[in-house]
Design a protein around this ligand. Structure first.
Ligand SMILES: *Cc1c(COP(=O)(O)O)cnc(C)c1O
Length: 378
């Protein structure tokens, strides 16, 4: 082969493998950044990670995970048993995923395909669009209500082609949350052949009295799947561990199409240790609740400058910028001060900045910077 033919870029399209059109239409997932445009490492408040790190027990387990030359337990039995004991769920109704991301994709793939619709609310988690398109289904987006989930709008968007409905509760990137009655009403309004996936990535941050009842629904309804993750409150985003629970037939189906050894040795060992340290989970929840409330109050005090913190039950706050200071200007200025946050023009939210709750000092610093910027812009 000559050098020119190797670098040829104008071959007719038919001379190369053709992705399926629904795959070619996918926009890649955009993860939270950790560096600024100049490559400087910044304090990362863009990916909703735990500012307290991870449980010391999980950290210790990482170094004694076992024999790396051997395959891990394909069924993550010890971990599923521990999760089952913690949440009062039979282990055979739990399936593990390489992050809950794998499970969200498998749920769409198992129950939807070309000609089908996958439904979620506007400003829903960006993985739902990818999951729908990956299996050839059409993503359908219902209108939001002031950035939050509108159950009536979701139900009105159901068609005979609807196969899967995704609900993140709390939702990312908005932080919005609907309570037990609203979730029950959504479920009751769906045909029984529609799978309702309730993505509870942030469930552990919700005040215990505000539980949305999703696990109860998953325990008794044949068409409800609940997903959870170790990436957020457990502080194990790097290990890629998620799980799902629902009717045994649902779990069996996802178990057939997941990766056979989808949880690595260290993923299983660290997650198992993390489940055993519920003190760490409670400390993380308390820290988050306290700092989120303080930060939201500081931002609400800038309401005269058009800043509005949207109500959040998660470990981040979405701020709407409706005055002279734009979200983009705030995003860039915070970078100059050493923080990377999440500006969301790609998700239809150019007027908003999502900021993960960090340490008390970080949140005070950021609130101070925003107050000064808002004052200067006025
Ligand atoms: C972070 C997040 C997840 C978790 O993804 P993993 O693959 O488990 O890391 C799932 N759903 C939502 C809404 C999230 O924000």
């Amino acid at each position: 082969m000559t050098e020119t033919s190797m670098t040829e870029t104008s071959l007719p399209a038919v001379d190369r493998p053709q992705p399926k059109p629904w795959i070619a239409a996918i926009h890649p997932y955009v993860p939270g950044k950790s560096t600024g445009t100049d490559g400087k490492v910044l304090i990362k408040l863009s990916a909703n990670e735990n500012p307290l790190g991870t449980s010391p027990l999980a950290e210790a387990a990482r170094h004694v995970a076992g024999d790396q030359a051997r395959y891990p337990d394909p069924d993550s039995v010890a971990l599923r048993t521990a999760l089952g004991a913690l949440h009062a769920i039979a282990p055979d109704r739990i399936v593990m995923g390489t992050g809950s991301d794998e499970l969200l994709n498998l749920a769409a793939q198992a129950f939807a395909g070309p000609g089908d619709e996958v439904l979620y609310v506007r400003y829903g988690f960006s993985v739902y669009d990818i999951a729908a398109r990956r299996c050839g289904a059409a993503p359908v987006v219902a209108p939001d209500r002031d950035y939050g989930t509108d159950v009536d709008a979701l139900l009105a968007a159901v068609t005979p082609a609807t196969r899967v409905v995704f609900l993140a509760n709390p939702n990312n990137p908005t932080g919005s949350y609907i309570g037990r009655d609203a979730v029950a009403r959504l479920h009751a309004g769906l045909r029984s052949d529609i799978l309702l996936v309730i993505d509870q990535a942030y469930a552990e941050y919700v005040a215990p009295g505000d539980d949305d009842g999703a696990l109860d629904l998953a325990a008794r309804a044949a068409n409800v799947l609940v997903t959870r993750t170790f990436s957020k409150i457990y502080g194990l985003a790097g290990e890629r561990v998620g799980w799902a629970t629902g009717d045994a037939a649902l779990i069996d189906m996802l178990g057939r199409i997941r990766g056979p050894f989808n949880l690595s040795l260290s993923a299983q060992a660290t997650a198992l240790a993390a489940v055993g340290d519920q003190d760490f989970v409670l400390r993380s929840r308390d820290h988050n609740a306290r700092e989120r409330a303080r930060f939201a109050a500081a931002i609400a005090a800038l309401g005269n400058h058009g800043l509005r913190p949207l109500p959040s039950e998660a470990n981040f706050v979405l701020i709407e910028f409706g005055g002279a200071l734009s979200a983009e200007a705030a995003y860039r200025a915070l970078m100059d001060h050493g923080y990377i946050t999440r500006w969301l023009p790609g998700q239809g939210l150019p007027q908003c900045l999502r900021i993960t709750i960090g340490t008390a000092e970080q949140m005070d610093h950021i609130a101070g910077v925003l107050a000064r910027l808002a004052g200067e812009a006025a």
